[in-house]
Design a protein. Structure first.
Lengths: 233, 290
């Protein structure tokens, strides 16, 4: 569904992705793990088109998309929950969700809003609250809900567990699994490797801008290097 | 008492114009972090185009409409041909570009129009209305009413339409706005268009009272900027309050001190605001939540 080949990207003259190649098949949860500064977020931004790439190709369902602007990629059904949630703080929960469907604003949004509220019933109770007044966990749920409003087929999740209490991490992970069961394809970036590997089908390890390891989640989990560096066992 | 009333009425009138200019600054700043110093030229273009169209025999309402449309087009062109090609440049460079655009527009206006002062006939006649000993120009009422309508429409647009929310979303978080599929370039362009239109309207409204010429934009931009700073840059409410306050203070300074100091007031206010309340009256300190 998504195939990335040899992608390089730089901030100014400093290259941070040195030829990343990976692919995500339809219906999979693929996890990308790696330390801070490995280039995970840069890669996610590159896929969504908010970070320019300096080389390589990004294909979505066979079509090269690397030349397309970010707002067009959303219409291809690629949606991202960015790192740090990035909700529109002055706007209400309702407006955040409505704006999530910006690219399909002529459509009837009620069924989608109902679906998001079924996943995160808390949102309905804070309907008119400015998103900036929500707790971190609530903002994360809003951010996921907002991304789902675009009706993606591929969902990019960047560190959804960051800064959340352990019980919330479990909740978010169960939601991700439920989304997969609904047929959504997911690329999940996590520093919390054990959480990511628990729900992923396959995984890639990204180190300083290069994929250094790939395999099924089970293989990665038992790899001695990963155990030592990311799982702490 | 009559004197006070007189100063208040003239202060509010010119303050309403400053408020409109400040709103133009605010809109563009919100959407793009750019302080557009060509904002004053939008005001000049609105007034001057209307004047020259009426001189050419076009009826006033049509002339005013053409002036607003033409100024809006220039606002869009400014974004597309001067700001957009420099995308990614630092905010300071972009501000320099707007200063350059301002000089360019002023120079062009001097050639296309002329270097003299011009006026327009007031909409409701020139006979002052006597009220409590003060003589209030009917055009002042036109200015205040129009400014109220513009502010209300703008508020309704931002608060009630999804496009308005998209402008707010772009202002609040550009990255997230792009990630949900908002073409933020178009939003910024749109904010230039609206700001130019508001500027043009302000220019048409004030011309019967304060005259216009190719170079009225400079001072208006600085006063409007002072108003936006005083209100808290980025706050629409602040822009309106700041504009009215500066207009009033200016009118009082001109009346009770000397009209020589009238223009100095705005600059004094900029200095005081920058030193003592850099966030302005309505500007919010950023709140971060984890």
């Amino acid at each position: 569904m998504l195939s990335i080949e040899n992608v390089t990207s730089a901030y100014g003259r400093i290259e941070v992705l040195h030829g990343v190649t990976l692919h995500v098949d339809a219906g999979e949860i693929v996890s990308l793990i790696g330390a801070n500064g490995a280039g995970k977020t840069t890669l996610m931004h590159a896929i969504s088109g908010v970070q320019p790439i300096t080389g390589g190709t990004i294909r979505f369902e066979g079509e090269p998309i690397e030349q397309r602007p970010a707002h067009v990629r959303v219409t291809f059904a690629i949606s991202q929950v960015p790192e740090g949630r990035q909700v529109f703080e002055p706007l209400s929960v309702k407006d955040n969700l409505r704006l999530g469907a910006w690219t399909r604003r002529d459509a009837d949004l009620e069924p989608d809003i109902a679906r998001v509220c079924a996943l995160f019933p808390m949102l309905k109770t804070m309907w008119k609250t400015p998103a900036g007044a929500l707790s971190g966990g609530q903002q994360q749920m809003l951010a996921i809900g907002r991304a789902l409003m675009a009706k993606p087929r591929l969902l990019l999740l960047d560190e959804p567990s960051m800064g959340l209490a352990p019980n919330l991490v479990d909740h978010v992970l169960s939601v991700i699994r439920a989304l997969k069961d609904d047929g959504l394809t997911i690329l999940l970036v996590e520093q919390n490797a054990s959480a990511a590997l628990a729900i992923a089908d396959r995984a890639y390890v990204l180190e300083t801008g290069r994929v250094t390891l790939s395999g099924t989640a089970a293989e990665i989990q038992t790899d001695s290097r990963v155990k030592e560096a990311y799982l702490g066992i | 008492m009559a004197e006070l009333l007189q100063f208040v009425s003239s202060g509010l009138t010119v303050g309403a114009i400053y408020a409109l200019v400040a709103l133009g600054f605010t809109l563009i700043y919100k959407a793009s972090d750019i302080i557009n110093f060509a904002q004053g030229e939008f005001v000049m273009l609105g007034g001057m185009t209307t004047v020259f169209m009426t001189l050419a025999g076009v009826p006033l309402p049509l002339a005013a409409s053409i002036a607003i449309v033409a100024t809006t087009a220039i606002g869009v062109a400014l974004h597309r041909f001067a700001i957009e090609p420099a995308r990614g440049a630092s905010a300071v460079s972009l501000i320099m570009i707007t200063i350059g655009a301002s000089i360019f527009l002023r120079g062009t206006a001097q050639i296309v129009f002329d270097r003299r002062f011009h006026s327009l006939p007031p909409l409701l006649g020139a006979d002052p209305i006597h009220f409590g000993g003060a003589a209030i120009l009917p055009q002042s009422l036109v200015v205040l009413a129009s400014a109220t309508v513009i502010v209300t429409l703008l508020w309704l647009f931002i608060d009630r339409t999804l496009l308005g929310k998209a402008v707010l979303a772009t202002a609040a978080n550009r990255l997230a706005a792009r990630l949900i599929g908002i073409d933020t370039r178009r939003i910024v362009e749109f904010s230039f268009a609206i700001s130019a239109a508001i500027g043009a309207i302000a220019g048409i409204l004030i011309t019967p009272i304060a005259l216009t010429s190719y170079d009225v934009g400079t001072l208006l931009a600085l006063k409007g900027f002072a108003a936006a700073m005083l209100g808290g840059i980025g706050s629409a409410l602040g822009a309106v309050v700041g504009g009215l306050l500066i207009g009033m203070i200016e009118a009082f300074a001109a009346g009770y001190l000397s009209s020589n100091y009238k223009d100095a007031v705005a600059f004094l206010i900029i200095l005081v605001v920058l030193i003592f309340i850099p966030q302005g009256l309505f500007g919010r300190a950023k709140i971060e939540r984890v």
